[in-house]
Design a protein. Sequence first.
Length: 657
Amino acid sequence: MRKSALLVLSGVLVCLIACGGDSPVIPPPPKPTATVSASPASIYLGQAVTLTWSSTNSSSCAATATPAETDWSGPIATSGSQVATPSTSGTITYSLQCTGAGGVASNSASETVNAGPPPLAIASSAPPAGTVGSSYGRKSTSCTRGSPGCICIFSNFCFRFTPGFPLGASGGTSPYTWTWAAASGSTLPPGLSISGAYILGVPTTPGTYNVVVTVTDSSSPPVNVSANYGITINLPAPPSVGTVTPPAGAINLPYSFVFTATGYAPLTLSETGSLPAGLSFAADGTLAGKPTVTGSFNITVTAQDQFGQKGSQDFTIQIFNRGFTATGSMATGRAIHTATLLNSGKVLVAGGVDDNSNSLSSVELFDPASASFASAGDMTTPRSYHTATPLGNGKVLIAGGCNAPGTCLASAELYDPSNGSFTATGNMIDVRWGHTATMLQNGMVLLAGGNNSNAITATAELYDPVAGTFTATGSMADARENHTATLLSNGKILIAGGTDNQSPTVTAEIYDPSIGTFSATGAMTTQRTMHTATLLASGEVLVAGGMDGSSNLLGTAELFDPSAGTFSATSTSLITARRLHSATLLTTGDVLLAGGVDPTGLPSSTAELYPSSGTFTGTGSMVMPRYQHTATLLSNGKVLLTGGYSLGGVTATADLY
C-alpha cells in the first residue's frame, strides 16, 4: 500500500509539470553599490587630489568629471585609488557609475580647486650661532638602511649628513631659490655662503652679522619674501699646547724637538723661562741646537691664535753628560732580530720581522769606522725570535726562531766572518723560539726553554762548536719563555723569570755546567717577563723592569747575589717603568737601560743608567723611540741600538750612545 501511495504522488507531480502548473520563484539579482571620495577636499591649482572608489555587485564602472578631466574619464576597475591633477580652478565633481545584473549605481565627490597657491613664507627658524673653524650647521643623524641619503658603515651604523643649516619655505610655487645679502651697516659672515637650500661653510671671523635672507618661488612673475636675521659667530676654543715630554739631551750633541699645539691656525708658539745654553726656540715650536751645559731647565711654552687667545704648558728640559746620536740606517727595517759583535769590531745584524710580520733572511754588517751598514747576504732560512751567540772561534751560532707565523724551527746555522757565509749545522733536539742561548766558559752554548710551537718547554741542550752537534742536558725545574739567562762570574748560569705555561713566574734557577743540571735558587721579589738581567762588575745581577702576572708594567728592579742565592729589591726604582727594553753593561760599569714599551703602551725614547751608587739616574734620550730592538756594546765603548718597533711601525734607524 505504501508503494502505491508513492506512485500516486509521483504521478500528481508529473501531471503538475506536464499540465502547465505554476513555475518556482527565482529572486532578482542584487543591486550594485558605488562609493567615491576625494582627498584633500580643497587644493590649489597644480596640486593633486587622491580619488578612492569601490563598488559591489557590479561588472563594470565608468568615470566622468564635470567639468571634464582627462585623468578621470572612461572605463575603470570596480575598485581602486589614483591621483588626479585638476586642469581648471573651481568646483570639480568626480562621478562614478557602476553597472551590474541588478541595475546601475552612481556616486560622486566634489573637489574645490583654488586659483592661486598659499602665500609664500619662510618656514625655517632663525639661523643658529656658529664657531670659527667649525663647519656651520653640519651634523649627522641616524637613519634606516636603504632610506634616501642614508650611509651605512659596517653592519649597524647608519647616518645621514646635513651639510649645513637647512632653509625652508612654504606656499608659493616650488622650487624655491635662496639668496642672502648683508643688512644695512653689516656684512656677511666670512667663510659662509648659501648653496641650494643650506647656509654652509666654515666661519673664519667672530662677530655678529645682520643678514637678509630671501626666498624666491617659481611663479610667473616670481614672488619673493625676505627675513632679517642676526648670526653670531663665536671665538674658537683657546689654543692648547701638547703635553708630550721633550726628550732629554746631552751636552754637545745635536738636539731637536718640536712642541705641538692645537687650536685655530695659524698659531704662534713662544717660550719663556731658562733655556739651556746652545738651544733656541722658533715660532713653529722647534727647539734645536747643541746644548753646552748640563742640568734641568724649566720653561713655559705658550701658543697664541690670531684672536689673541693663549694656552700654556710647563716643561722641564734635561741635559746630561751623555746621550744618543743618530747613525747610518739599515737597508731593511726590522724588529725581534739579533745583533752580535764580531771579533773584527763590526756588528752582525740578522733576521727579524718586517712591517708585515714577515720573517727576514737578510743580514747586514755595521762598521763603526764608517758608521754605516752594508749587506752581508742571507741566512739559509728566514728567522725571527731566534738567538745569535758569538763562539770562541769567531763564528756566530744562529739557532731556532720562526720563519713564518706558526712555523718555527729546530734548525741552526753558522756565520763565518772570514768569508761571510752561512752554513747549516746540526739541528737542535727541540724546536725553539723565545729561548735563551749563552756561551759557557768551556766554549759550549746552553740553549734553554722557549716555545716548541706546542707549549712552553723546560728542556735544555748544549751545542758543541767542535762537533757541530746538539746534545740534551738536564731540564729546568720550570718551563719558561721570554726569560733571561746570565753567565755568572763562577761560570754558572742564572735563569730568571719569564712566562711559564700560565703566567709570568717569580722563580729562578741555576745551571751548573760541571754536572749538567739545574737547581732552584731564591725566588725574585716579583713575577717578571720581558725584563732584562745584567751581570754587574760586583758579580751581582741587575734584574729590571718587565711585566707581572696582572699585565702591570714594572718600574721595579732587584739584585741577585750569587753567594747567597737570593734576590733583593734595589734601593730605588727605575725612572720609567718599561718592558721589552735593552740593558747594556758599559765600560764605565754603569748599566744603560733604553727604550721599551712605556706606561702609555707606546715605544719609549727614554733611557737611564744604573751606576755603582745603586740609584737610577737619567741620561740623554734616544733619537728614535723603540722596543724589541737590539743594543750592542762596541769595541770603542759606544752602544749601537738598531731597529725595533717605533711609532710608525718597524724602523730601520740606528742610534749610538
